[in-house]
Design a protein around this ligand. Sequence first.
Ligand SMILES: Cc1cc2nc3c(=O)[nH]c(=O)nc-3n(C[C@H](O)[C@H](O)[C@H](O)COP(=O)(O)O)c2cc1C
Length: 250
Amino acid sequence: MTQEPTGGVQKPSSVEGPKGGFSTEAKRAVYAAIFGRRTVRCFRPDPVPEDVLARLLAAAHRAPSVGFSQPWDFLLVREPKTRGRIGQLFGKAHRAEANLFDEPQRSKYLSLELDSLSTAPLNVCVTCDPTRAGPIVANSTAIPEADLYSVCLAVENLWLAARAEGVGVDWVSLLDRAELREVLGIPPHVVPVAYLSLGYPKDGFPEEPLLESAGWGERLPLRSLVSYEEWGRRAHEDRWEELDALLEDS
Ligand SMILES: Cc1cc2nc3c(=O)[nH]c(=O)nc-3n(C[C@H](O)[C@H](O)[C@H](O)COP(=O)(O)O)c2cc1C
């Protein structure tokens, strides 16, 4: 069996608490990573050390995957020439997207600082190889795109581990897939799922998503997204008050 980096990574047995869960401190750390994870779009120039990067990739590689297919690959991109070409793809797509909005939304969109590529010291392209597990992937016949979902979970694992390590991440989806494939030499059957910027945040981790603080969107109330037994059947107000109180106390 291959050894994976575990420096600083604790085994579940070392953070065990009552009832098979984690200790209070370990639970807090997990939720702190989840709630404190942010998209970071402006970075300091210092590189992500190799040991930190190894842990992030190991965390991504521990994601669940349909039929244990592990369809991901991680392509690390550091060379300025390659990054410059990808920056051009972004500029083109960004301008095209801006033109889809009418004023005043267009100006607002253009005022959002969405370009993480120009400052990130490292990019990682996370891909999906649908052929990884052979012609028939266990458990995926009803949902053929389950391999793509698996890759997204690997990205989320990396993103959460990065938050714990103090490393910021942006998912740059505004890139033409065919052109990205060509620049990075990705074979036609492999899907580039996520192009990520990584680095240490220049201004720390924002409390709120940029798109929220800039008034572009707001977080939906959880209660408007949960149904009971049947689509759209909501809980009574007092049930939510009870749940809110439980969250406050925990
Ligand atoms: C699939 C996916 C694609 C995204 N694409 C972009 C993108 O192209 N550019 C960008 O600036 N942020 C992108 N984001 C980040 C979202 O804008 C961000 O997650 C959202 O605004 C909430 O902010 P938070 O991540 O700080 O909580 C993407 C996120 C996801 C999950």
